[in-house]
Ligand binder design. Structure first.
Ligand SMILES: Nc1ncnc2c1ncn2[C@@H]1O[C@H](COP(=O)(O)OP(=O)(O)OP(=O)(O)O)[C@@H](O)[C@H]1O
Ligand SMILES: [Mg+2]
Length: 234
């Protein structure tokens, strides 16, 4: 994989832009964002609907490529590596969580978490062991044998977080992870994300929920694809 060489922040964008062009119009979803974040941070992206939050997360995950500018993740310039390289980077470095849990319904919680570990070549028994440890770390000790539909919405999101961090991934990107939860469960998920960041994970969350900003170490307000304001928590 092409590396930029030398240590740098875990995630960096330089003048990143993403335009969506259709015959009817050109939408500048992200319009020149410089962003850096490192291990141990909890960054909350907020802003009106359509301000570019999801587009930013997809660019950071290498699920989408910028129209111009650079996205550097764990030393790899995503615009310079192959599609396979970007898939590898997600397998090894970047976990994602969405509003709906996207767990596989035919697999137990532990099997869902073990899947990405096995994908990296670990045998099933060891992968399930690691999955149980991860489930414990998200407050779900003893729940490994349950199927997704036997878990509450908050518990399903916890399994999603455990899966996103499995295999030692140190970057967690979450898009409206509490969008389907009540405020008490939402607060508990943000508390968990804060704990994960305190253990060295870089957490970047797009969320409308003010509870995200209350827990985040940095809150970035986006407006029409650009950064409008940045606030750091003391
Ligand atoms: N695939 C696409 N094709 C065309 N336009 C798109 C595409 N994806 C996003 N957009 C546009 O880019 C802009 C930013 O969208 P984005 O989904 O990033 O916003 P958001 O901040 O996540 O909004 P929300 O809070 O509603 O989730 C919007 O104007 C949207 O319509
Ligand atoms: Mg969005």
């Amino acid at each position: 994989m092409l590396s930029t060489g030398g240590p740098g922040p875990l995630v960096r964008t330089v003048g990143v832009e993403r335009e969506f062009v259709s015959p009817a119009e050109t939408v500048r979803a992200v319009g020149g964002v410089d962003f850096e974040a490192d291990s141990g941070e909890f960054v909350c992206l907020f802003g009106h609907s359509g301000s570019g939050k999801t587009t930013m997360l997809n660019l950071l995950a290498g699920l989408d490529l910028p129209t111009s500018g650079r996205v550097v993740v764990a030393g790899h310039d995503l615009t310079q590596i192959s599609a396979e390289g970007r898939i590898r980077l997600r397998r090894d470095e970047v976990g994602m969580v969405h509003q709906s849990h996207q767990l596989i319904s035919e697999f137990t919680a532990a099997e869902n978490v073990a899947l990405p570990i096995e994908a990296r070549g670990t045998n099933t028994v060891e992968a399930l062991d690691e999955a149980e440890r991860l489930l414990e770390s998200v407050g779900l000790a003893g729940y490994g044998g349950r199927y997704p539909d036997e878990l509450s919405g908050g518990q399903q999101q916890r399994v999603g977080i455990a899966r996103a961090l499995s295999g030692g991934r140190k970057i967690l990107l979450a898009d409206e992870p509490t969008g389907s939860l009540d405020s008490r469960n939402a607060g508990a998920i943000f508390d968990l994300l804060a704990v994960m960041s305190s253990k060295g994970v870089l957490v970047v969350v797009a969320s409308h929920d003010p509870a995200c900003r209350e827990r985040a170490s940095r809150s970035i307000e986006m407006l029409d694809g650009v950064v409008r304001d940045v606030a750091y928590r003391a």
